[in-house]
Design a protein around this ligand. Structure first.
Ligand SMILES: [Fe+2]
Length: 353
């Protein structure tokens, strides 16, 4: 299977992975053949693309960081928490804690998974899918940094709950596409404080977890919010979640802009290290996320086009590519594999997703 961007979907292509609605309901099952009507509807829903099956890439297994079941449970629990907070400012911490434990268990069993966060979700599900992604990414980074079990759980809980303060902000500001007025921006900048106030009412959440929500928009240069803390005035857990949050936001498709490819977002993180991103946390992210996940369609510098089929862990910028199209755009009679770690004259020139 490979990832196919929405504008390149063609009738008769087959879905390799199910497409879920934000409610966890299956919109289209794996194996379904696309029709012109489906494609039109998918464009309306606003997804970035789909994993499709094709004979040349049928054998590819795109590693999942956490199981689909755990992801759905985690998304459901955070959605319920948001709803419950909107009604009565409280929520069931244990109901969130349970899928968070599964996330930690699954990642602990496979800490070297080449991170593939290109989970397909619809726009409406942004907040909840994003909360789970920030949790997953934070846990992987936390494990890599050698956090103990207690701190890892505090980080994971703080990360999945980092945006609960958004429940206090008017819906029309949260979902407004594009620019916000100064007044609206000031309101948005209060969400970490609101989140801290909501979370610290719960005795079963540690103060360290609550501070992750309070600090996730603070920046090393002191230009973050709400308090403008600098450098290590922000807790290490808060710095990890800050980087994870920014990375997932950059790579996510939103109503008002397409998502960046992982390679591009990683470049931004590298450029803004020490300015917007804590150097230690940024190094953990750069070490964790693969710029060209398996299934990515790429153009090489010799203009051949192929699909990434494996990651070289020593140099994630030089994946193994199965070339499907020649430089002139014609399909190769038989696909050819090139390992960019061995063919140093070749490199990835462009991501086509
Ligand atoms: Fe936030």
């Amino acid at each position: 299977m490979r990832f196919c961007p929405i504008d390149q979907l063609q009738p008769s292509m087959r879905l390799a992975r199910p497409l879920y609605a934000e409610t966890g309901q299956v919109l289209l099952s794996a194996g379904v053949e696309l029709t012109p009507t489906y494609i039109t509807r998918l464009k309306r829903v606003g997804i970035p693309g789909l994993y499709i099956g094709e004979s040349e890439t049928e054998d590819l297994v795109i590693p999942e960081v956490i199981s689909e079941k755990t992801r759905q449970q985690a998304v459901g629990s955070i959605r319920d928490a948001f709803k419950s907070i909107q009604v009565g400012r409280t929520f069931d911490v244990a109901a969130v804690s349970q899928p968070v434990n599964s996330i930690i268990d699954e990642i602990s069993r496979n800490p070297n998974v080449a991170l593939n966060l290109t989970e397909i979700r619809t726009y409406d599900g942004y907040t909840f899918g994003h909360s789970v992604n920030v949790c997953v990414l934070s846990v992987i980074m936390g494990l890599r940094s050698g956090l103990n079990e207690l701190n890892l759980k505090e980080l994971a809980m703080g990360a999945i709950l980092h945006d609960v303060g958004k429940t206090e902000i008017p819906e029309q500001i949260i979902t407004k596409p594009g620019g916000l007025s100064d007044e609206e921006m000031q309101e948005v900048r209060k969400h970490p404080s609101y989140g801290f106030d909501i979370l610290r009412q719960n005795k079963s959440l540690s103060l360290a977890a609550c501070h992750v929500a309070f600090q996730h928009h603070e920046r090393p240069n002191g230009k973050g919010y709400p308090r403008g803390l600098q450098g290590d005035q922000v807790s290490f857990l808060g710095r990890i979640a800050g980087v994870a949050d920014a990375y997932d936001a950059m790579t996510s498709e939103r109503v008002y802009r397409p998502g960046m490819a992982p390679a591009e977002a990683l470049r931004v993180v590298r450029q803004l290290t020490n300015i917007q991103f804590d150097p230690k946390a940024a190094a953990l992210l750069l070490d964790t996320v693969t710029p060209y996940p398996v299934g990515t369609l790429v153009r090489l510098n010799n203009y051949e086009v192929g699909v990434v089929i494996d990651t070289n862990h020593r140099d994630t910028y030089r994946p193994v590519v199965r070339v499907l199209y020649q430089a002139d755009g014609r399909k190769l009679p038989a696909p050819a594999e090139v390992d960019l770690a061995k063919e140093q004259y070749l490199k990835v020139a462009e991501v086509l997703t």
